[in-house]
Design a protein around this ligand. Structure first.
Ligand SMILES: [Zn+2]
Length: 139
């Protein structure tokens, strides 16, 4: 099969590609470790009732962490795809360049800092006050 675009550069030699692939490998390894500890947490039949509460909590925490890692893995995959398509480092929302500093800290960032801040304001990750206020209105 011949390469379809003559102008396309092999991204395997791109340091950003290596960074993303390394990061992806780290994430995958972490997920494997977490899922194997979750699965190996087999209890003795008699112990089940005693510490089911803390065990549930532990498992939920692990699942939440795994969920976060899996999401990051998806972002890394998306970043690799953008790198292949030549749109890496460009905000997927507003189309502006993502700053070098941001990419250095988060090589898989798909949004510029402005769009990321705007998105966080909407989803309200760290703003419990707002939802509490809203709930009072709804009531
Ligand atoms: Zn943006």
């Amino acid at each position: 099969m011949s390469k379809k675009a003559a102008k396309s550069v092999s991204i395997e030699n791109d340091p950003r590609y290596q960074t993303l692939v390394d990061l992806r490998e780290q994430m995958a390894a972490q997920i494997r470790t977490l899922s194997s500890t979750s699965l190996s947490a087999n209890k003795q039949p008699g112990e089940e009732m005693a510490d089911v509460g803390s065990d549930d909590f532990l498992r939920e925490t692990e699942l939440a962490v795994m969920d976060g890692e899996a999401q990051r893995l998806n972002k890394i995959d998306a970043a690799l795809k953008r790198l292949k398509e030549g749109s890496y480092g460009v905000c997927t929302d507003c189309g502006k360049d993502i700053s070098e500093g941001r990419l250095a800290a988060k090589p898989y960032a798909g949004l510029c800092i402005d769009c990321k801040s705007a998105q966080e304001a909407v989803t309200g990750g760290a703003m419990p006050d707002q939802s509490r206020r809203r709930r009072q209105f709804v009531r």
